[in-house]
Design a protein around this ligand. Structure first.
Ligand SMILES: N=CN[C@@H](CCC(=O)O)C(=O)O
Ligand SMILES: [Zn+2]
Length: 422
């Protein structure tokens, strides 16, 4: 048994395992001061004021391993619901080109961007991708993240998409960080189909989706619905086809231009619509009505020097908002959700409380895991982060640094004093 003792603030985020937090609910973190947590095996046994925990569990508490949390804060392990972490190569030269005035889409249309990473990933072996992705997951863990969603999409053929997804599956078994997988064969039109993109859409629908579903190697199906990539109609076909095989729709929506992505997410019953920098008024209203989660990626707007998604308006309209790094080598090469929280506040008008809800319980909802993770409540998985800060405001206030002290994953101490110990 683990006894996490007397945190200055225990950020429980209780009460939202069934439905995500919306509007004012996103501001309520259910903080317990001088709070303690008891962990039994891989689950949370109890959460409460230290004196209450000691009283109720006095018979067993003396034998527990104590983790001191005085002057620190304790939160659920952070959750990143949108990453592209299985890739090879890097794109720092494109970053310099963008600094000189080229746009992200220009670079992609000239065969760089996603295509450059696809070539590198196709040429990479399973073992190379595994090693590189494992290192990235270590960084996530060291930053307090205990679950990440990972998309394929740098394979763009059945063989290489499956290779990426197999890497994610193997790492889910081997690495402390839990991985939730998304098939994203529709990340870019394969150059082989440049003159007839519909044939590539046919291949995704007829060949890739059935094979991915049969291998039970992904839960979600995502599409880059964007002018010059996949049209709303192509995106709809791909997402509907995935549904026939049990793959839940997600969508990269309205990232570069308004394109009806938010509306499409509602129409196909997507669990989330992601990016949304340029979502229409109508799309925002529709998402709020249907409770489609908006996964916002301010690191991408920051790195592409684009305008930020209107998070304040979205939350006030009633959309449940989650935040993510969008970690990828082109549009958001960061692995820091803590920096994303800071951007959420300073660039998107969110409150510090909202950014914590958006990286825990609402992020869990965005990947269908809210019954197991995302809050500190008895019966949930013991995924817990301890930050070396006196109160939760510091997570987004003191920015550009990693505040993590300790991480517990499934009841096991995996990070101690900021270092991996397994
Ligand atoms: N926009 C599409 N996909 C990724 C970027 C991938 C890349 O540039 O390699 C995103 O979410 O930003
Ligand atoms: Zn993405």
């Amino acid at each position: 048994m683990l006894y996490i003792k007397k945190a200055a603030q225990l950020i429980t985020l209780q009460g939202h395992s069934d439905t995500p937090a919306i509007k004012e609910q996103m501001k309520n973190l259910y903080v317990i001061e001088n709070g303690s947590v008891l962990v039994q095996e891989n689950k949370i046994l109890a959460v409460g004021k230290d004196e209450d925990i000691r009283q109720q569990f006095h018979e067993v508490i003396d034998k527990a391993e104590v983790i001191k949390a005085e002057n620190k804060i304790v939160t659920p392990g952070l959750i990143d619901p949108h990453t592209h972490l299985v890739y090879a190569g890097s794109r720092e030269k494109e970053y310099v080109m963008r600094l000189q005035g080229k746009t992200y889409m220009d670079i992609m249309n000239e065969g760089g961007g996603i295509h450059a990473t696809t070539r590198a990933t196709q040429e990479s072996s399973f073992e190379q991708l595994y090693m590189e992705t494992a290192k990235r997951l270590d960084v996530f863990l060291l930053n307090g993240v205990t679950t990440v969603e990972i998309k394929s999409g740098y394979g763009l053929s059945l063989e290489h998409e499956l290779k990426q997804l197999k890497v994610a599956k193997q790492l889910n078994e081997d690495h402390a960080v839990d991985i939730v997988s998304t098939f994203m064969g529709a990340h870019a039109v394969s150059p082989m189909f440049k003159t007839n993109p519909d044939l590539f859409v046919d291949q995704i629908i007829q060949e890739m989706i059935p094979a991915v579903a049969e291998s039970r190697i992904a839960e979600f199906n995502d599409v880059f619905c964007e002018k010059g990539v996949f049209t709303p109609e192509q995106s709809r076909r791909i997402l509907e086809a995935g549904k026939q095989f049990g793959l839940i729709p997600k969508i990269h929506a309205d990232e570069i231009e308004p394109y009806g992505g938010a509306e499409l997410a509602v129409e196909v019953g997507a669990i989330s619509a992601d990016h949304l920098l340029n979502a229409s008024e109508r799309g925002i209203k529709m998402m709020a009505e249907k409770g489609v989660i908006g996964v916002l990626l301010p690191g991408t707007a920051f790195f592409l020097m684009a305008k930020f998604a209107p998070a304040r308006k979205m939350i006030d309209s009633g959309i449940p908002i989650a935040l993510s790094t969008d970690a990828n080598p082109g549009s958001s090469p960061t692995f820091s959700l803590q920096f994303i929280m800071n951007l959420g506040c300073l660039q998107m008008g969110m409150t510090p409380e909202e950014t914590i809800t958006a990286t825990t319980i609402n992020a869990a909802h965005a990947i269908g895991r809210a019954k197991e993770i995302g809050s500190l409540e008895p019966g949930k998985k013991a995924d817990i982060a301890i930050f070396n800060v006196p109160n939760y405001l510091f997570l987004s206030y003191q920015y550009g640094m990693n505040h993590i002290d300790t991480v517990i994953k499934s009841g096991v101490l995996v990070v101690k004093e900021g270092k991996i110990v397994i």
